[in-house]
Design a protein around this ligand. Sequence first.
Ligand code: PFF
Length: 446
Amino acid sequence: MAGEREQWGSGTGFVLATIGSAVGLGNIWRFAYVAGENGGGAFLIVYVLSVLLVGAPIVIAEMALGRQAGGDAATAFERAAPNSRWPLVGWLGIVSSCLILSYYAVIAGWALKYLAGGMLGTLWRTAGTDYGGYYARFIANPGEPVAWQMAMLAVAMLVVTGGVQRGIEVVNRYLMPTLAVFVVGLAVYSATLPGAGAGWRFLFLPDWSALTDPHVIIAALGQSFFSLGVGMAVYITYASYMSPQTRIPVNAGAIILGDTLFAILAGLAIFPAVFAFGMNPEAGPKLAFITLPQIFLAMPAGKVIGALFFLLLSAAALTSMVALLEVPVAAIVHRTPLKRWGAVLIVGLTVFVVGIPLAMSYGVLSDIKVGGRALLDALDQAVSNYLLALAGLLVALFVGWRWGRHNALAAADLDRAAVGAAWLWLLRVVAPLVIGLILLNALVGV
Ligand code: PFF
């Protein structure tokens, strides 16, 4: 069973790894397409509100739960509420992270493919300016997306096998700051494109009528959960390697701010270009993979910058995959005699196999549709909008009502802070009300 438990090398290591898990494809690929599908400005308002009022309190709650237990996601609930059914919530998080990883690896594989294409020059040569065609040819191939998906998973498996300090922490330390500089640079460049103003207006001028559309609200809440990484037990797991000296609220604040700014900056890189090049913001999951190369080709030294960008995008995806993989691996290592590498192998292979039809779902399997969406897209919507929301709701109810006021406040380092009461109130009332209404709405059929 578990021997001496690992810890982060430093507080900074924890924050960077956690930001690395939060910042990923969700901020660039998913944020852009979901904002595009849901009207831009109105979506952004609901998104930011749901980050602040619902997502943030749950992030803190997950961290508090994780650190006090020093175990996997289910253990966190076993310690906090012995002999109850609450550990099922931990298992829900563990299953959700496996499900997300199964399609996340596919999109991460696209990023890797574009990185290879950018470096070898095939992306710029064969595509001309027809990136829609480049994407379509890639995705229609029965084997290629699967091969890239496997490559990305293999790298994530190697990192997680390396362990908390030598694997996860090292990889995050350099990648995250570099990516931030890049996105700022791209957003500034995008702003100089002719017609960029339409993109800014799309993102910042809300069409108020969209606020009455439950789809927009559900999408915004789902996106905030996905982007923060709430409901997948990542914070519970990562916080379990945290030292008691690290303050939870400050760290949570840095992570939430970093993640949200990152998404907005990525939107400012993408939408002005979408409008400048006359593309459709509602293009769905392929949006970023068609617009971004267009920007690169138009800018000076764009080919080098483009290749570097896809390097960083792959890296950001990798750090998120590592977090998703660590959740089930921590549970297996904690509960079975298996070593870390054995657990990594089992989870990695299972996730790979589940992901194969998803990797083909825009190509050879594109005829299969669920609710009008391709398999991968449908799974992403279902997991982010409902499964994560459900897990988030249960965490809020547990920490808000069941754990006990004193335990919760002390575990979150909020027992001496005035904001402690506000945090509990958000957890007890606001989060359950908002999420509950949305789930109810879904049940009765929107
Ligand atoms: N937050 C990540 C992103 O925005 O890409 C996705 C993610 C990573 C979700 C890790 C959950 C997680 F545990």
